[in-house]
Design a protein. Structure first.
Lengths: 482, 350
């Protein structure tokens, strides 16, 4: 392809940011090939096909629901047709890094809910762990199969201007987004077969089978053919499509709280042929809502007696209760030390430098450098409550300062990272947009990492917030096989 | 773990969802048929009369009154085609069908969901001009075709386990009910004038009714040249070769219930099968005895019986039904050779 004015890439300029598609090596020429093919298709055809692809997503109901004050609107997660490419060598580091992190998270949870060595050895302040809102005393001394608490884990990675990956956040409760990884690939193959042709990509459609085997593995011991179910809050949950997707991929019933009942400390589901035992529950309901007799009494989503059945060892919950203490944004700051403590090795994936405002020096530093830092509440997810210092107005900074001083322990701060960019189709043509990567790991007896993960892209120019609830989109993520 | 599971469990909630999804979709088609035939019954200058008949068979006078609407052509058409707050109208039915489908997405095929999802968007975007003149008939055809696409996709893609039987039973109850309503519309139509005028009008009306039920050509094939109204009634109610006849619906319900019993061990099908048998007996009554005055009452009681059948299925399988675990585990382990035999015997779907 001649670099003439007709090339969509001729006006593309990532500036000082690391670009996932134009600043590459070690990809055996794939990125170059993708650029050539996109140029050959041309902007107009690309737009038409992208629009048709998105209409497909809407008609297929591959949507999430956004709730405003009075209405519920089905939205698709916008799909950007320019793929994100991860070279084989890069992936092998990420894969090992993610697996290492999951191992450490599980060892940490086993320790704090049982022997408590790590706090006794002074690696992490006890109050940060045992005083944490997501610490569950109900878990103390309770054994889990294979020592696995975090069966499904999503780890958010970002890439700085030099192309180095770092962990931004761990998601050890009920990480979502994996359905889009698989559906994006299906869509790519349907709508852009000419982009994918001949590429050697690691497949992503094995996720459901892997998840099902892990759920089978962790079922209470001695069960031959365990009944697995996926417990969803129901159609009004914004991630309902994903629940459908996962139940379908695993071939298990999608149940709601009212479909289950507990008797004799065993969990049963209501079927047309009567009550039937349930052995493993992949629950997409937060701890608080699982069992109104133990946690929030006003929860209508859960199952009365569920925690009792679980403590009797008659049913397995995935993820285990109480994993939220491990993916807490304040605990996150200690992860490199946690990894070294349990595994005796350095973290393969580094952390983003983090200041804990619950600690005096962290608070002092944050308040002194507010306009340079990104301030995040520790308990929130979905990109809510974040103040991006360099982008904030005077009054926004003042508001953040007031919140920090009022409740320092609720906040952490991080330097602003120059998130990498990738060419993204916009009204103006291909433009750089920031993105992150959320790989998913499944752990039963062992850990398996889905090749790639969800690449979320901030569609607004200059924006760093990639969350779907706040104007984010996604890309198909290609892990090259060689 | 290898090998295939022979019988997968079905949640009561999903069985109920399938039953109702099928009913609502079927109702949409039948409403379109009713509206279509009502328009053909319009006689110049007295349009409101045929629309009043539609309102009567749907028992919707109160609904129109609540909205302060007089029974005229435009109000009734809007009531059934545009008003989402009318629970017996097409917008509410398609909404209910889609809401059920949404909870059923793990079970139904992607193609079923996609078609229903798009069809739903389509029906909620009906424009007022489509209710007028020749546009209305085209609209009704589009609605019928949408439902037929649904039924065809279901036939070709829906997994045939327990859920499919509940889906079919729901659809059949609804279809039988709607055929009785279609027939009942004739009762509510006034046919004044001289004897000869009445004979001509009646003939036209019976033919329209047959056309609306997609039974016109079938009837021609089996009827004598000089047919009487009783023949049409006997055909719509009792001819098991006619796809929308009540008798065929009842026969198929019976097969689905028996299969649920033999193949899936659902023992509480017994009282349901008894009720189906009652319906069959009632249908055996000679039609001539019903005419001219007994037909409306007969159709009324048939509708009541179908409603009771639906309720019974609800209490037996969907709600509050929770037999003892003990007996349950036993019946689960009874994968007896007898069950397998009846399974292979019943492969031939009626």
């Amino acid at each position: 392809m001649q670099p003439n004015s007709a090339t969509p890439f001729s006006s593309y300029d990532p500036g000082a940011f690391y670009c996932e598609l134009t600043a590459r090596d070690g990809d055996s020429g794939s990125a170059g090939l993708v650029r050539e093919r996109i140029s050959a298709i041309g902007l107009d055809a690309l737009r038409l096909r992208a629009r048709a692809a998105e209409r497909d997503l809407f008609n297929l109901g591959i949507t999430f629901t956004v709730y405003s004050e009075s209405s519920a609107i089905d939205r698709i997660l916008p799909f950007d047709c320019v793929p994100r490419i991860i070279a084989a060598a890069e992936w092998s580091v990420l894969e090992r890094g993610v697996a290492q992190r999951v191992r450490a998270l599980n060892l940490f949870l086993a320790d704090i809910y049982n022997t408590r060595h790590i706090t006794r050895d002074g690696v992490i302040p006890p109050e940060l762990v045992y005083g944490n809102a997501n610490y569950r005393p109900e878990m103390e001394g309770f054994p889990v199969r294979f020592g696995t608490y975090v069966h499904i884990c999503g780890i958010d990675l970002v890439r700085d201007e030099r192309g180095h990956f770092a962990v931004l956040e761990d998601n050890a409760r009920t990480p979502s987004g994996v359905s889009y990884v698989v559906e994006n690939r299906h869509l790519m193959l349907r709508a852009f077969p000419d982009l994918v042709a001949g590429m050697k990509l690691r497949p992503v459609d094995d996720y459901g089978r892997r998840l099902r085997s892990a759920m089978d593995e962790i079922a209470p011991e001695g069960i031959d053919n365990p009944q697995v179910v996926l417990l969803s809050p129901g159609i009004y949950n914004s991630a309902y499509f994903e629940h459908v997707f996962l139940a379908r991929e695993m071939g298990v019933p999608l149940v709601e709280g009212a479909d289950l009942t507990v008797e004799d400390d065993k969990v049963w589901m209501r079927t047309t042929a009567g009550l039937r035992r349930v052995h493993t529950i992949y629950r997409r309901i937060a701890d608080d809502f699982l069992d109104p007799t133990v946690f929030r009494a006003d929860s209508l989503l859960g199952v009365p007696g569920l925690i009792g059945a679980w403590r009797h060892g008659n049913v397995t919950l995935a993820n285990a209760v109480g994993t939220g203490v491990a993916d807490d944004k304040a605990v996150y700051a200690y992860m490199p030390r946690i990894i070294r403590y349990y595994l005796g090795e350095d973290a393969i994936l580094s952390n983003v430098e983090t200041h804990i405002c619950g600690e005096p020096e962290g608070l002092a530093y944050t308040l002194a450098n507010l306009e340079k830092l990104v301030v995040k509440p520790v308990g929130e997810s979905g990109g809510y409550g974040i103040t991006v210092g360099p982008r904030a107005s005077r009054s926004e900074l003042d508001a953040a300062r007031a919140q920090l001083t009022a409740d320092p322990a609720n906040w952490i701060s991080q330097p602003m990272i120059s998130l990498s960019v990738a060419p993204t189709l916009t009204e103006a043509g291909l433009r750089p947009r920031h993105l992150d990567l959320r790989p998913f790991a499944i752990t039963g007896r062992d850990t398996w990492v889905l090749p790639g993960g969800l690449s979320r892209v901030a569609l607004k120019e200059g924006s760093l917030i990639v969350n779907s609830s706040q104007g984010g989109g996604s890309k198909d993520t290609w892990v090259l096989a060689e | 773990m290898s090998g295939l599971q022979r019988r997968t469990p079905l949640l009561t909630r999903d069985a109920e969802g399938l039953f109702w999804m099928a009913r609502y979709v079927e109702r949409v088609e039948n409403l379109a048929r009713l509206i279509d035939v009502t328009q053909t019954f319009e006689s110049p200058g007295r349009e409101a009369e045929s629309w009043a008949a539609l309102v009567a068979i749907m028992a919707d006078y109160a609904g129109l009154q609540e909205r302060g609407l007089a029974v005229d052509a435009m109000n009734v058409k809007r009531f059934y085609l545009l008003d989402p707050t009318n629970p017996t109208g097409i917008p509410a039915c398609i909404e209910a069908a889609r809401t059920n489908a949404r909870t059923l997405r793990p079970l139904i095929s992607t193609e079923m969901w996609m078609q229903l999802n798009v069809f739903h968007h389509d029906l909620l975007a009906i424009e007022p001009w489509e209710l007028d003149g020749d546009a209305l008939s085209r609209l009704c055809r589009r609605i019928k075709e949408g439902v037929q696409a649904h039924t065809g996709i279901t036939e070709g893609t829906f997994f045939r386990d327990q859920g499919w039987h509940f889906y079919e039973i729901g659809r059949l109850i609804e279809r039988a009910d709607q055929t009785t309503r279609l027939l009942d519309i004739k009762y509510h139509l006034l046919t004044p004038g001289t004897v000869e005028e009445r004979r001509v009008v009646e003939l036209t009306q019976w033919n329209s009714l047959l056309r609306a039920a997609a039974g016109y050509h079938g009837f021609r094939r089996v009827a004598q040249a000089g047919f009487v109204p009783a023949d049409v009634v006997a055909f719509l109610l009792g001819d098991t070769s006619f796809a929308r006849s009540v008798a065929l619906c009842v026969e198929q319900m019976d097969w689905h219930c028996s299969t649920l019993r033999s193949r899936y061990g659902l023992r509480d099908t017994a009282p349901v099968l008894e009720r189906i048998e009652d319906l069959r007996v009632a249908l055996g009554e000679p039609v001539l005895r019903l005419l001219p005055d007994g037909l409306h009452d007969f159709l009324d009681s048939m509708q009541r019986d179908l409603a009771k059948l639906g309720e019974l299925i609800g209490t037996m399988f969907f709600r509050d039904w929770r037999p003892l675990k003990q007996s349950q585990e036993q019946s689960q382990s009874q994968s007896s050779p007898g069950g397998t035999q009846s399974q292979s015997q019943s492969q031939g779907t009626p």
